[in-house]
Design a protein. Structure first.
Length: 343
């Protein structure tokens, strides 16, 4: 009798599976831009100040853009009303910071952290609730219809802007950074604003959290699987619609948080703050690859650095420097730095 032990076996081990390698080339763009700017600026202290300022601006733009990146990348929804959540977050934060002016002006780190945290939590909660209603009333009827999504969500942003004016008024509202967040830290001859350093830390925390949740958790796996094959995941008993609603709410909440950071960064807010930031958001998302979290992060850093360097070196070019950056990136990689789908 022939023995079956001599038959060749091919164990299904993870080592036999192809591994997806991260493309490191786009990650080198921001350091490369820093190195190219250094000889043009000349002064080391000025270069360091501009670089930290650019990174801080980039991190804030990333926080503002990350919500829309989630919604578009995972749900394929072109939400041109994203700016409404940014503006709402900024105004809700103002409604917290202004009555608690004593905490803002207090020379106490704990009181400053408390009022800053309250402003962010209130902004995220309000934007999340409005995001839930926005998804059910405005977005849900136009799933899969990009042109209608653009038109109806843009109309929603215009309505939201007018409602903000009706509730808070049309005047510009000044915002002050909490006392212990003001001033600068000296690194040699370079003065680095404390608030910009805080923005860099918060941006990194959000980016790392998003990457870990989407790639290392069961919820992230279900969301990505639902994007690839919704029917299969639903046949296994999972309610993908609820997950997608959760993604939209989280995206709106992140926009609300970004509104707080951007309002304090500018130190004033208007009802049109969301529409103004929308341009930067879509530039970042297009550069990143239409829905890639890593691409959005790299794109936001490039936008922040480019804006600060050109504003110092070539002020007349600064107004359209980010559009020029987008064109250059797309000429190199027409689908963006990290394309996630063929759209």
């Amino acid at each position: 009798m022939a023995s079956t032990s001599s038959l060749p076996t091919t164990p299904a081990t993870p080592a036999n599976l192809p591994k997806v390698r991260l493309d490191w080339t786009p990650l080198a763009l921001a350091p490369l831009l820093m190195l190219l700017a250094y000889p043009l600026i000349g002064s080391g202290s000025t270069w360091l100040t501009l670089t930290i300022a650019g990174l801080a601006m980039g991190m804030i733009v990333f926080v503002v853009s990350s919500g829309l990146t989630l919604v578009f990348g995972l749900m394929d929804v072109l939400n041109f009303g994203h700016g409404a959540f940014i503006a709402l977050g900024a105004y809700v934060a103002a409604s917290v910071l202004l009555p608690l002016g004593a905490w803002v002006e207090a020379d106490s780190l704990w009181l400053n952290l408390a009022v800053f945290g309250l402003a962010i939590l209130a902004a995220m909660a309000a934007a999340g609730v409005i995001g839930f209603l926005f998804e059910r009333i405005v977005v849900r009827p136009v799933y899969g219809q990009h042109l209608k999504q653009i038109l109806i969500t843009m109309g929603g942003m215009i309505v939201a802007e007018q409602l903000i004016k009706a509730i808070w008024g049309a005047e510009t509202i000044a915002l002050q950074v909490p006392t212990t967040f003001r001033g600068a830290v000296l690194l040699g001859d370079a003065a680095i604003e404390k608030y910009r350093l805080i923005a860099v830390v918060l941006g990194l925390v959000i980016f790392i959290s998003m990457v870990l949740v989407l790639n290392r958790t069961r919820i992230g796996l279900l969301i990505r699987a639902g994007v690839e094959n919704r029917e299969m995941v639903e046949s296994l008993g999972y309610r993908i619609r609820l997950l997608f609603i959760g993604v939209f709410v989280v995206g709106a909440g992140l926009a609300g948080m970004g509104g707080v950071l951007w309002g304090l960064y500018q130190q004033n807010i208007t009802a049109s703050i969301g529409a103004q930031v929308n341009v930067l958001i879509f530039i970042v998302i297009i550069i990143g690859g239409l829905g890639s979290t890593t691409g959005c992060f790299v794109g936001a850093l490039l936008v922040g650095l480019m804006a600060n360097y050109t504003g110092f070196l070539f002020p007349k070019v600064a107004l359209f420097s980010n559009i020029l950056l987008m064109v250059m990136i797309l000429l190199w990689r027409p689908q963006g730095l990290y394309p996630v789908a063929k759209r």
